[in-house]
Every structure is written in structure tokens, then in C-alpha cells.
Design a protein. Structure first.
Lengths: 285, 359
């Protein structure tokens, strides 16, 4: 018990119990995310079990695995949509036990969704402004009475929004209703909205789903650029292997809720366990 | 598609229409060209507009179906009557304007407090469950009002619950309600209140808090993931609507010589909901117009005697069916489109016409 407590309060940089797969530049800094023995059960079914992961300050990490492996469940655990049944999640060294989705978001976790969840009745600009909700603030009465602070903060929000939208060259779409955007643009808008919350960890759930190879390549460049520009960590779930292998520094493979392999792109590609999980075992003889 | 420009035009049209209507009515009152029945309805129309706009804040902007909105009106109305009667009988305050203002504040505050108390349990629910529970609270308020006795004894208010033997001048007499109320509501007061309501709701919708309210409507999980405290903003919309409904109640109650608690029944809640749906969910200007039209309509149909409510229902059905006819819609758009360029007036400040979706 005392050992467990010590482990929690401990901020030593050698990750426990996973191997150090943090990029060299992030070694010695507080990791953005650390999970220890994370797991969740749904009525006796262990959807995720003993999930240990560590992500460096500016790392781009990938989470892959066959369908139904529990990847999105991991995201839901990290963002506290589900409360884990076992284990801990540390965001910037803070235990998220008992925190709500909103409180976890305040710790600096932002995400996109596999099945796009934009505010479809609102405009592109308003969607991004929701991301800025906790960055540029004023209270309800300032808004109703239209005090000078209202105009000042609204202008700041507007400028910031256009700047964020320009990452994907979407400034001209600011007044379009989010629901009427083409699919690819909706995915990009979700990323912009998540970035607006000023996160330290960005979770992308299948960002390239439904994109053509050209768009995927563009997205890959943008993900790397976002990391460089904002100096944040990115964890992404993706089925498009060209994207994962191209951009992720550390990759974690999940199957049936358990981590079966961790490592760099090369290590993962040549790992027999991973190949087996995806393709099945070759018949002997 | 909507732009800053179309938002501005929408707001200007809304305020312009209300102000124009007020000026026309005032001129007609001064010329004595106004019909008796219409003149008698001016103040109720103001309060129904306030009711419709405030319910639209809950149903259209916040996306929660509330079926007990008349309950807040009831609380406001009887609080207003008690405060006004108390000030008159207890403190000999003759000035009707001051009494009305104080009654409005008291009615708004009490309804707001009721909104908080009801909101705490109700806003934990979603969708249909929330609707049913608000319905239940509306009925509870009506029945509690049926049991309350209030009198003014000297300068003191005396309350009785199921107990009508309280000393002094009776202000509220349980199921018999209030009798001999000094009617101090004026059309000007109603007009100012409508303007305030519109300013509050429209400004709220186009602010940080309003966007958060709309975000929780569009996608609750996404809003939470962006760090928007969903319950707080749902509560904000609900309580603001309750305060406005309470003030509408004060205006309404202090316009009637007699008022019984059963007036604010489920029927009235549904009536207000009809105003909101008719005018377009989320469309504030639509609520103003439909509340006005649907308050006047039953009076104008009086000559039909027994068939009155039948025809009223038929008119409602026709408007709903024709209003959703794509050919007619596009015709309207081509007519009004030229006036408003990119912003469609019938689509509300956010271009939302479809019924708010519940998750």
C-alpha cells in the first residue's frame, strides 16, 4: 500500500512499468500522459486490461490494432468519458481519478471523435470559439449588457479563431454551418476546435478516416507541423498504416484490450506478434 | 449560411417590428380607432410574447423540451399580486409604477429561485424524461398555489397553507385565487418588458455563454470534452427563462381583476409551446409573431361560437403543413431572399429550423 502511494507521488522520469519509448528530446521532462495498469470492465467483459503507456512532452504516438481491440475505449478512459475500473491515468503528473470529463479537459486533454461530433447547427467559427471557451472568457452579464469587455474579448476570439482556422486554410469557411461542410473538412475542423482549447495532449481518433491518399498525406504533414508549432504531444488512433508509420515516433499495438507490442515503426512492422494479430498465424506444415 | 450582417439585420428587424407595432397601437389608442377586444389584449399579448421567447430559449437554444413553463408564470403572477397588494394595503404605496416595478422584481426573483430549485433535479435528466418531469413540476406548482392563503395584516404578510383562517385582508384565497386586484399593468410597461426580454435573449444567444448553451444542445459529449460545463449552461438558460416567465406572469396577473391558480394549467404550457413551434424552434422573431397572432386569433374567431376552437386547431394544422411545404418555402425564400440577401429571416438567428435533437 505504502509502495503504491510512493509510486503515485513519485515524479521520476523512468516510466513504470513500460519501457522508455519516449523520444530522446523529451527524456528528463515530465511526461504528458502516463497510464498504469489501466483497465475497464463492462459487465465482466474486460474491454481494456493492464494498459501502460507513457507519452513525452512533444511526442507523436500512435495507437493501432484490429477492429474492436479497444482503442477508442482507451481514449474514453483517458478523457474520463468512462471511469476506469482499475489503474490510474496521470495527465501532466496529475491523477485524474474521480475527475469529470470537463475537469479532465481543463488539465489539458483535447480530442477528436471517430464518429464526428461537431456542433453541426453552429458555424465553423462558433465551433472553434467553443474550443476557446476557457481561453478567452467573460461572464454572462458582460455578454447580455454588451459591456466594453464583451467587444474586446469577442474581437480577440474572432482573431484567434481565424488564426487557428488558417492552420488548415479554412478561414474562408468561418461563416459556413459546420454540418454542411464536406467530410474531410469536418475532420479538420474537429482538430482545430480541439487545438483551440490549448491542450498539452491532443487525442486524434482516426483523423484520416474517409480521406483520400492525397488528403492523408497532407494531414500527415499538418500533424507534424501542429506538434512543432504548438509543442504538444499527439496520440492518434489510425488504420491508415502509411500515416501511422510515417508520423508516429512511438507505436503501441492493442489487441483484445491488451498491449501486444510497443516500439518504433520499424520494430512494429517486423514484430511477428503484430503480424499475427493483423493477418493471423501461418499454418505450420 | 449566416453572417454577422444577417445576424444584425435579424436583430434589427425583430426590434423594429416590436417598436413599430407599439407605435401603431399607441396611435390607435389615442385616436380611439382600436377595437375594444384588441385593446384588452395588448397586455396579455406582451406577456405571451415574453413567455414564448423565454420558452424558446429553453426549447430552441438549449434544446430541452420543457412542458411546465406556465408554472413559472403562475409563481410570478401570484408573487406580483401579493407584493402589489402588500405595498398598497400595508404601506399605502399609491404610486402604481413603483408598485409594478417592485412586483416585477419580486416575481422575477421568486420564479428564478423556483427555476434553480426545479432545475437541479430536472437538468440531470435528458430528452423525454426531462419533458415529463417538467410537466410534473408544472402541475405541482399549480396544486401548491391552490393551497396557499396569503393576507396582509397591518404591515405584515400572513401565510396559510391549507388554512384559510388567517387575519387581515385576504390577497390570495387558495383555489379561489386573487380577487379585486388593482390592475396596474400598462401597455407601455409590457412593451418595455418585451424589449428587455428580446435584448437579453438575443444578446445572450450571441455571446460566449449563449454559444456554450447551443454547443451543449448540439453535442453534449463534445461540449464537455471542450471543457464546457454542460449542466451550468443548461441551468443558466433554464433560470433565465424562468425569470422572464415570472415577470411575464406579474405583467399578466396585475392586468386581471381576478385570477385563479388553475388558469396556469398544463394547457397554458402547451399553448406557449405551440407559439414556439409555430414560430420556428430557435427563432426568436418567429416566437414574437406567432405569440401575437395566436393570441389574437381565438378572439377574432369568437363569431364562430362553438366551432371556435375547432377552427383554431384547423388553422394551426394548416399553418404547420403549409409552412413545411417545400414549394411554398422556396417561394417565401425568393420573396424575402432579396430583402435579406444571404440571411434567411425564417431561419432564425442560427439558421436552425429543425427540431432540436435530443441525444
Amino acid at each position: 500500500m505504502s509502495e503504491e502511494r510512493k509510486r503515485r507521488s513519485d515524479t521520476r522520469m523512468v516510466p513504470y512499468p513500460s519501457q522508455a519509448i519516449v523520444p530522446e528530446r523529451d527524456v528528463g521532462k515530465q511526461p504528458v500522459l502516463e497510464t498504469r495498469h489501466l483497465g475497464i470492465e463492462f459487465g465482466g467483459l474486460k474491454a481494456v486490461e493492464d494498459f501502460n503507456m507513457i507519452i513525452g512532452r512533444t511526442e507523436i504516438a500512435g495507437l493501432i490494432g484490429p477492429n474492436g481491440a479497444g482503442k477508442t475505449t482507451v481514449f474514453n478512459l483517458l478523457t474520463k468519458v468512462y471511469e476506469p475500473t482499475t489503474g490510474t491515468v496521470l495527465i501532466n503528473g496529475r491523477d485524474t481519478k474521480g475527475l469529470s470529463i470537463v475537469q479532465t479537459a481543463h488539465l489539458g486533454v483535447a480530442r477528436t471523435f471517430q464518429n464526428i461530433r461537431l456542433f453541426s447547427q453552429m458555424t465553423v467559427e462558433e465551433n472553434v470559439r467553443i474550443g476557446l471557451h476557457n481561453q478567452i472568457r467573460y461572464d454572462m452579464f458582460t455578454g447580455i449588457l454588451r459591456l466594453p469587455r464583451y467587444w474586446q474579448q469577442e474581437r480577440r476570439q474572432h482573431e484567434e479563431t481565424l488564426e487557428l482556422l488558417s492552420i488548415f486554410g479554412m478561414q474562408d469557411l468561418a461563416d459556413v454551418r459546420a454540418g454542411s461542410l464536406p467530410y474531410g473538412a469536418q475532420r479538420r475542423l474537429e482538430i482545430v476546435r480541439a487545438l483551440a482549447t490549448n491542450p498539452s495532449l491532443l487525442l486524434l481518433d482516426e483523423p484520416a478516416a474517409g480521406m483520400n491518399p492525397h488528403e492523408t498525406e497532407e494531414l500527415m504533414e499538418n500533424i507534424a507541423r501542429i506538434r512543432d508549432q504548438f509543442q504538444i504531444a499527439i496520440l492518434l488512433i489510425e488504420h491508415d498504416m502509411s500515416l501511422v508509420m510515417g508520423v508516429c515516433e512511438g507505436i503501441c499495438v492493442l489487441n483484445f484490450g491488451r498491449i501486444i507490442a510497443k516500439g518504433t515503426a520499424d520494430e512494429i512492422q517486423n514484430n511477428p506478434v503484430v503480424i499475427e494479430a493483423y493477418l493471423g498465424r501461418r499454418k505450420e506444415g | 449560411m449566416k453572417t454577422k450582417r444577417s445576424k444584425l439585420i435579424y436583430n434589427l428587424v425583430t426590434f423594429g417590428l416590436v417598436i413599430a407595432a407599439f407605435i401603431i397601437m399607441t396611435v390607435m389608442i389615442n385616436n380611439k380607432t382600436i377595437s375594444r377586444s384588441l385593446k384588452g389584449q395588448l397586455i396579455p399579448i406582451c406577456s405571451w410574447i415574453m413567455m414564448a421567447v423565454s420558452l424558446n430559449l429553453v426549447v430552441g437554444i438549449s434544446g430541452e423540451l420543457s412542458l411546465g413553463h406556465a408554472g413559472f408564470m403562475s409563481i410570478g403572477a401570484f408573487t406580483g399580486i401579493v407584493v402589489s397588494g402588500w405595498l398598497l394595503n400595508g404601506f399605502q404605496m399609491e404610486d402604481p409604477t413603483l408598485r409594478l416595478v417592485l412586483a416585477l422584481i419580486a416575481g422575477g426573483v421568486t420564479a428564478g429561485v423556483a427555476g434553480v430549485l426545479i432545475g437541479i433535479p430536472v437538468l440531470r435528466l435528458r430528452g423525454d424524461y426531462l419533458a415529463i418531469v417538467t410537466l410534473a413540476f408544472g402541475e405541482i406548482i399549480k396544486n401548491v398555489m391552490n393551497c396557499i392563503y396569503v393576507s396582509v395584516d397591518g404591515t405584515q404578510l400572513r401565510f396559510g397553507f391549507l388554512n384559510n383562517t388567517i387575519p387581515g385582508t385576504i390577497l390570495l384565497n387558495g383555489p379561489n385565487g386573487a380577487k379585486g386586484v388593482k390592475t396596474i399593468s400598462t401597455f407601455t410597461a409590457g412593451f418595455i418588458l418585451v424589449l428587455i426580454t428580446l435584448a437579453v435573449v438575443l444578446n445572450l444567444v450571441n455571446s460566449r455563454a449563449g454559444r456554450a448553451i447551443k454547443a451543449t444542445r448540439d453535442n453534449r459529449i463534445a461540449a464537455e470534452s471542450m471543457g464546457v460545463p454542460v449542466t451550468r449552461y443548461k441551468m443558466m438558460a433554464f433560470v433565465t427563462a424562468a425569470v422572464i416567465a415570472g415577470m411575464a406572469g406579474v405583467l399578466y396577473g396585475l392586468n386581471m381583476a381576478t385570477l385563479v391558480p388553475t388558469k396556469f394549467s398544463f394547457n397554458e404550457s402547451i399553448n406557449v409551446l405551440v407559439f414556439v413551434v409555430m414560430g420556428g424552434i430557435g427563432n426568436i422573431l418567429g416566437s414574437v409573431i406567432s405569440a401575437t397572432a395566436l393570441t389574437i386569433l381565438p378572439e377574432k374567431l369568437r363569431f364562430l361560437q362553438n366551432y371556435r376552437m375547432l377552427i383554431y386547431a384547423v388553422v394551426l394544422i394548416l399553418v404547420m403543413v403549409l409552412g413545411n411545404n417545400p414549394t411554398l418555402k422556396s417561394w417565401f425564400r425568393s420573396v424575402f431572399g432579396r430583402l435579406f440577401r444571404r440571411g434567411k429571416p425564417e431561419d432564425g438567428p442560427d439558421g436552425e429550423k429543425e427540431v432540436a435533437r435530443h441525444e
